[in-house]
Ligand binder design. Structure first.
Ligand SMILES: [Zn+2]
Length: 408
């Protein structure tokens, strides 16, 4: 997986003067390396201007400079107030919280012990050759999304186990994380092997003295020997299984074994084994296939949407089908395209199709994960984020929409 952006493009991503503001939430989109993001647009500029003005006014009254104000709960509240002013009333926040640190702190404190399970996380094996994510972390730092990533030159070590442990459990509020992976037709280019996921789970849980980490077993329908490999993986007692219907997502150009969830002759043989092994949850990578990617890999297009989910869910009521990225097509693409589509039709590809499945098929075992789509749309086009959440909650139910970040 190589970055599609040149070093020059990466360097130009961020007007450097913005980074110095260190606003609590970023005020422009960041690339996921598959498309070149717009520079900060009109409305994002307006959010930033309002936020800086509030910091001077409200922070000033408390005797805080901008930097200090942005570190407080009131500074965070101010960010959402500014976004409400520009995008419409999307966030449950009051101007009083932005003006009154004690009030904002009260809300923050009330939330701080909530249970957070991140059901979609990754790190890379020690001998990985996959370097594209280093560029993504650099871009995230440069764009101001997470300025801590500018503290040191990002290297491949930042994508490995030690930093995973630090960022997931020491630097965030996450209580439980599920380690995932991505398969490849090239053995060495799996993010992690099934054994490596199980080893990491043991290492962390032993150290914690409690069950803080779950893990996937990846299954690869159609690859030679896949059923034997699934047997071996299930013997590791994974909490759940995960598959990529487009086959090799890392090397799409050579992906030889795409498959369908509703293929009775292939995938169903795997489900049979899973049910026997006591597996309940089957996670499936869907979406992340904006038009630019379709143009490059038209042969995989038919495996990226959710046309195969409904029948599989109906035929396998013993299993849950958890659709990663909620099949949102435009992850890694331009959220403006999704906004225009939603305004024109009231739908967003392919998340609306996912949300239709329970009513269409009379099933209750289909779930949506918000990995990547929540964070990127919240910042870049919060109305798209609201539309996605509303669509998912209405169609799948509030308890069928799952928290996942897709970090590191
Ligand atoms: Zn992922």
């Amino acid at each position: 997986m190589s970055s599609n952006l040149t070093d020059e493009e990466l360097a130009a991503l961020m007007p450097s003067e913005l980074c110095q503001h260190q606003t609590p939430i970023p005020t422009q989109i960041v690339s996921s390396d598959e498309f070149y993001p717009d520079p900060q647009n009109e409305r994002q500029r307006e959010v930033e201007a309002r936020l800086l003005a509030m910091a001077d006014d409200l922070g000033g009254k408390q005797g805080f400079d901008r930097r200090r104000f942005f570190q407080t709960a009131a500074g965070m509240a101010a960010s959402f107030v500014a976004m409400n002013q520009v995008y419409g009333e999307l966030f449950a926040v009051t101007p009083a919280e932005a003006a009154t640190p004690a009030m904002a702190q009260e809300r923050a404190s009330a939330l701080k012990d909530q249970f957070i399970m991140d059901m979609h996380t990754h790190f890379l094996r020690d001998d990985t050759r996959i370097m594209g994510f280093v560029e993504m972390r650099k871009a995230v730092g440069k764009a101001g999304w997470n300025t801590e990533l500018n503290d040191h030159e990002q290297t491949i070590e930042d994508l490995k186990f030690n930093n995973y442990k630090k960022e997931m459990f020491l630097d965030s509020d996450t209580k439980i994380a599920l380690i995932s992976s991505a398969p490849s037709d090239i053995e060495q280019d799996w993010f992690l092997t099934n054994e490596q996921m199980a080893d990491a789970r043991k290492k962390m849980n032993d150290e914690a003295g409690s069950r803080r980490v779950f893990c996937h077993a990846i299954f690869t329908p159609g690859q030679p020997g896949w059923l034997d490999k699934l047997d071996a993986a299930l013997a590791l007692k994974p909490e759940s299984c995960k598959g990529y219907t487009i086959g090799d997502n890392t090397h799409k150009e050579i992906s030889r074994y795409p498959w369908r969830l509703d293929d009775e002759k292939v995938a169903y043989k795997g489900y049979e084994k899973m049910v026997k092994a006591g597996i309940k949850n089957v996670c499936v990578h869907k979406g992340l296939f904006p038009p630019g990617i379709e143009k490059q890999y038209p042969n995989l297009r038919g495996f990226a949407d959710v046309a195969d989910v409904g029948k599989a869910a109906k035929d396998w009521p013993q299993l849950n089908f958890i659709i990663y990225h909620s099949a949102y097509r435009h992850v890694g693409g331009d959220p403006k395209v999704a906004l225009a589509e939603f305004e024109r039709t009231g739908r967003i590809a392919w998340t609306s199709d996912l949300a239709d499945i329970p009513a269409q098929y009379g099933v209750n075992n289909v779930y949506g994960d918000v990995g990547q789509l929540f964070a990127t749309t919240l910042v870049a086009e919060p109305n798209v984020c609201a539309a996605l959440m509303g669509t998912l909650i209405k169609g799948l139910g509030a308890d069928h929409v799952c928290w996942g970040t897709d970090a590191l």
